[in-house]
Design a protein around this ligand. Structure first.
Ligand code: ADP
Ligand code: MG
Length: 647
């Protein structure tokens, strides 16, 4: 029996896959959906030096994808070769792999796409008399002939995945696939401004982007003036590494991170570390779950980064990831610290520093959240150091830290692909993506550049206080409302944080120690939490089994408030004491402390108190948002008001 079956066994069971099957397997990695085919084809056009690239799709790209460019084109021989796997003009030797400057280099894309679709390639080099056309079906070249064509390359991909039905099943709705393709193109367009782009779906132009000189202009064309006006430029260089781009002011945010674009050496990548560095930079500036809009470009020598870790080349590996994280984080953080000015180096607006010394810088005294709870140190009370407004009302209603959702969040509109009416082909097709009122009449790209989204509050005319909670200011071009609690909370928080980093929260000794009765049920926990309370600036000693003696309190607050503040903190303390651990824990407590100790809504302010608050605010870093991320001000622009009055 045994020998018989052995006789029937073929001599070998391993065999080399036919080229076509190998390509289809590779295609599964490179072309997982129509958008990935679009990405590969457009990257080829960019690599070919195209100045104008048109992308048309039908049925989300599953029916048809056409990418046409005016790039360098190919000879007949090269065109035939380009369809073979590992056929590339971009890499010749292993050494080249460490210094890749083109998008493509694996030589797989065209072969992969051709193996799972019907493909027609037309291409012509500028010096050739005519072009060549190849018809390819499932990877087999079926016809080659001359054709008439302007210099460049045009590739038509029909019936994608027709021979891989399993892959087709993974497709989402056609609308989703179309949006993904549009997004791929947007990502590439943001980084490649020397080329004009057109995107059409099912016969309708979705967007059209002219060649532009700046990232800001490209962003404005893609997402509208409203977004562009709210972006802050940044540019930082350290040795051979450069970090630059645009990042949104912290008054605005989105519910999803869909407007975060990251590039490494101009290649769109999704890198968790870069995303973390961005999120970290906006910590305490945006409410939890909210996201900024960012176009981040990291440029570094090719040997510092491996781009060949992912078939679609959307992931990279940094040789010194920690360093890149630190650079991105601190560049953005520096930029966001004072959003009044044009940039970290800008000296357009010099903050007026009156008598009180500014808080010491904390960024360079330790890493983010590096502060450890430690024993607070005593300090003599000085009027100038107080951030409190004298006579703060202790009886007003408790501070609210509830997120105010309505607050002018222009970024927070659904991002939809809206087909544009192309009335005037000469003019810029508007901003298809839901941020902007399309057709907003400001063709001047510099308008956005000149916009100063965050005012210097103390330079504005105080109109008055509204609802005992908001300060109304007359700005250059609008009405600005400042949330007094949010403003004071940020001022107080930054003072506390600076003190902590400088060695400990400053303590104001009480004139006479005050006893505080504890809830007996919570007394034990409270006693266990004494070290944390002391680190926060409360000088407390046990006073019998269920009472504390308060001998000193954080100096930034009004002394008369100390006892209430301590009980508020004990109230906020969870079941298990101040239970946050690790990095940033102390900052969380300080947020709570700042919240309890800051001006409440309901507190009527006189003009002197208002000016004092605004001056303090102007001297404060990250003044745009309260430490929980709520905006400190909202603005009603004058034209908006005038429209309301039909002016
Ligand atoms: P890769 O981009 O990794 O080299 P591809 O399969 O995407 O591999 O392309 C293979 C080759 O075909 C490229 O190296 C390039 O020489 C040529 N090619 C592809 N698309 C174009 C185009 N639009 N214009 C000119 N040459 C192209
Ligand atoms: Mg390629």
């Amino acid at each position: 029996m045994r020998s018989q079956s052995q006789d029937l066994m073929p001599p070998r069971i391993i065999h080399i896959l036919p080229e076509q099957i190998a390509s289809q397997i590779a295609a599964g990695e490179v072309v997982e959906r129509p958008a990935s085919a679009v990405k590969e084809l457009v990257e080829n056009s960019l690599d070919a030096g195209a100045h104008s690239i048109s992308v048309e799709i039908e049925r989300g790209g599953t029916g048809l994808i056409v990418v046409a460019d005016d790039g360098c084109g190919m000879s007949r021989e090269d065109a035939l070769l380009s369809l073979r796997r590992h056929a590339t003009s971009k890499v010749r030797a292993v050494a080249d792999l460490t210094a890749i400057r083109t998008f493509g280099f694996r030589g797989e894309a065209l072969a992969s796409i051709a193996s799972v679709a019907e493909l027609r390639m037309q291409t012509r080099r500028p010096d050739d008399d005519c072009g060549v056309e190849l018809l390819v079906n499932g990877g087999e070249v079926e016809q080659t002939r001359d054709c008439a064509l302007a210099p460049g390359t045009r590739i038509e991909v029909r019936s994608l995945f027709f021979n891989t039905p399993a892959r087709l099943k993974f497709m989402k709705t056609l609308a989703t696939e179309q949006a993904a393709a549009a997004e791929v193109l947007q990502r590439l367009a943001l980084a490649n401004r020397r080329a004009a782009f057109r995107f059409a779906a099912d016969g309708r132009t979705i967007f059209e982007l002219p060649r532009v000189a700046s990232l800001l202009e490209r962003l404005r064309h893609l997402y509208g003036l409203k977004l562009a006006e709210r972006m802050l430029p940044f540019d930082y260089r350290s040795g051979a590494i450069r970090v630059h781009g645009l990042t949104s002011i912290s008054q605005e945010s989105l519910a999803a991170p869909r407007l975060i674009f990251t590039y490494v050496n101009n290649r769109p990548v999704r890198d968790r570390m870069l995303l973390r560095a961005i999120a970290r930079a906006y910590e305490t500036l945006l409410p939890r779950g909210r996201h900024p809009a960012v176009a981040l470009f990291v440029e570094l020598p090719p040997e510092e980064v491996d781009v060949n870790v992912h078939p679609m080349k959307t992931e990279v590996r940094f040789r010194r990831g920690g360093l890149i994280f630190e650079l991105v984080f601190s560049t953005l953080r520096e930029r966001l610290k004072d959003q009044t000015t044009d940039g970290p180096a800008a000296d357009v607006i010099v903050p007026v520093r009156a008598q009180p010394a500014p808080p010491p810088p904390f960024l360079d005294t330790g890493g983010p959240g590096a502060a450890e709870p430690g024993r607070a140190h005593r300090a003599e009370r000085s009027e100038a150091e107080q951030t409190t407004l004298r006579g703060a009302d202790t009886s007003s209603e408790p501070a609210t830290c509830v997120q105010n959702e309505g607050g002018g969040a222009v970024l927070d509109r659904p991002l939809r692909l809206v087909a544009d009416k192309i009335a005037n082909r000469e003019s810029q097709v508007p901003l298809a993506l839901g941020f902007a009122r399309p057709n907003q009449a400001s063709p001047d790209a510099n308008a956005a550049q000149g916009g100063r989204p965050v005012p210097r509050y103390s330079s504005l005319r105080v109109v008055g206080q509204l609802f005992a909670g908001f300060i109304a200011l007359e700005g250059d071009d609008g009405l600005i409302l400042v949330d007094q609690h949010a403003a004071h909370e940020r001022v107080t928080f930054e003072r506390l944080r600076a003190e902590l980093r400088a060695g400990g929260i400053r303590v104001q000794p009480m004139l006479a120690p005050i006893p505080l009765e504890l809830n007996p049920a919570r007394a034990a926990q409270t006693m266990a939490a004494l070290p944390e309370l002391r680190a926060m600036g409360f000088e407390v000693e046990p006073f019998g089994p269920a009472a504390l003696l308060l001998q000193g309190a954080p100096a930034v607050f009004t002394p008369g408030d100390s006892l209430r503040l301590l009980s508020d903190m004990l109230e906020s303390m969870g079941e298990n004491g101040f239970r946050l651990h690790g990095e940033g824990a102390m900052e969380e407590w300080l947020k709570t402390l700042a919240c309890h100790g800051s001006l409440r809504v309901g507190r009527v302010l006189d003009v002197r108190e208002i000016s004092s608050l605004l001056e303090q605010l102007d001297r404060t870093e990250f003044k745009t948002n309260c430490p929980h991320g709520r905006p400190v001000h909202v603005e009603f622009r004058r034209p908006q008001l005038e429209r309301m009055f039909r002016r």
